[in-house]
Design a protein. Sequence first.
Length: 224
Amino acid sequence: MGGAVSNGAQAACAEARAWHHGRMNARRLVVATGNAHKTGEIREILGPGFLVEDLRDHPDLPEPEETGRTFAANAAIKALSASTRLGPDVLVLADDSGLEVDALGGDPGVDSALYSGKHGDNAGHRAKLLAELARAGARGADRTARFRCVLVLALGGQILHECDGSVEGTIADAEQGTGGFGYDPLFVPEGHTESFGLLPAEVKNQLSHRARALAKLRDFLANN
């Protein structure tokens, strides 16, 4: 009995040492967002090789005004703002992303987070989107859309890399599910019949615009 306990304790200690070693060797990455959902998605997709923080861990960092009219411009503004303040040794990742609906001329686009006039009013954004599509008379195949994401990686106030990703789909006639965030309950990705609001997180994290951009970023970091 004593030997079994000792072996179990040794195994637990070895596991703890491996966990600690992994933490010590993880690359620190600060995501320039205060959005817990977005940070969690990035942390899950990048995996244990990165110690992911965000602006909630750095409350002294300001959130800059996003004055760009492209996803790339806004991602760069956020990445450089945080990077210049965090010092020369901290990797900073900024994301700018949104929904482009063809029947609405690409709207809401870079204004996705403010579509209904109030930042963070996801229910209001979705309601306005459905209303605008109804006003445009868009039905069925005319409701094509895509999520687009641009990532900018910075270090010491300089941009190191930029990559993007997108996922095509359609806008449902009504909300489906409560999973994900933002427009997820309305967006049905190509090849599926359920929205991101219903699909399991592991499926979304393989398909999403952010997942595709992060796969490119992961390849870049593995070789640099």
